[in-house]
Write a protein that binds this ligand. Structure first.
Ligand code: TMP
Ligand code: ASP
Length: 235
């Protein structure tokens, strides 16, 4: 466990991989919100997110989505393809919540007439501002073709995830994806976990995601454990 650390983020560490085309990605227990202003170590979060994200990435790969995941190493680490992260977050929303509700004055839980996609510039310094297609190409973050590919992949991923999660009695409210360039392609990177998605219990609307931490609503990991338990019997 002494690989050279290449990058340490808020919730993950990227280390040198076993070969020139891979990295080792390790999940940390740290939880942050509001651009790192709120920060806490939640023992066991790394393991839960790792298990949840691995099951989701394996499910997506089986269904034709190219991801960075190569091989799971242990409870918190995996070998992933070396990719150059595209510096935007891709957000898909099925139901109004979070910043969408705040920005547009639409109550949380309001069904949307159509699925929305949006991009945020990945910049802690600037607070991840929303950015549109022409702004992304103008500052050379990604090409038009790359934007279009990320958006269509995100919508396909949304369809696959909604189908999976509804079987588990969970509504997928919204989620955030990151993509990277590897071998001339754009592939799905980062993680898909309760840190990066809003999951509501379909029967009770109980929050099973990081909003419990962001809003101080109680035991954060209770929902994460519930998501993993249901995924293990459905993915
Ligand atoms: P938002 O409503 O706060 O914009 O969040 C939309 C989705 O993106 C939600 O599922 C949580 C996720 N998200 C991240 O993964 N990282 C972030 O830094 C933020 C702000 C949101
Ligand atoms: N990634 C955000 C942070 O910077 C947290 C969030 O997901 O709201 O702390």
């Amino acid at each position: 466990m002494s690989e050279k650390v290449l990058y340490e983020g808020k919730s993950k560490i990227i280390c040198e991989g076993p070969d020139a085309n891979s990295y080792i990605m390790r999940y940390k227990d740290t939880a942050t919100a509001f651009n790192g202003e709120k920060k806490e170590d939640i023992s066991g979060k790394g393991k839960l997110n790792s298990a949840i994200s691995n099951l989701i990435f394996e499910y997506l790969a089986k269904n034709g989505i190219e991801t960075h995941l190569i091989k799971i190493i242990d409870d918190t680490s995996a070998v992933v393809k070396k990719a150059e992260i595209v510096m935007v977050e891709v957000i898909v929303r099925n139901v109004a919540a979070g910043s969408f509700s705040k920005r547009f004055g639409v109550p949380e839980g309001t069904a949307l007439k159509n699925i929305t996609t949006e991009f945020s510039l990945k910049s802690d310094e600037l607070g991840d501002p929303m950015i549109n297609d022409s702004q992304i190409t103008a500052i050379d973050i990604a090409s038009e073709a790359e934007i279009s590919h990320m958006r269509s992949q995100a919508l396909k991923i949304n369809e696959l995830l909604c189908a999976l999660f509804i079987k588990m009695g969970i509504k997928l409210i919204d989620f955030k994806l990151e993509f990277g360039r590897a071998g001339g392609k754009i592939i799905l990177c980062d993680e898909i976990s309760p840190d990066s998605c809003r999951f509501w219990d379909a029967a009770t609307n109980k929050k099973l995601d990081k909003d419990v931490f962001r809003r101080d609503l109680g035991d954060v990991l209770e929902g994460y454990r519930e998501v993993l338990k249901r995924l293990e019997s459905n993915a």
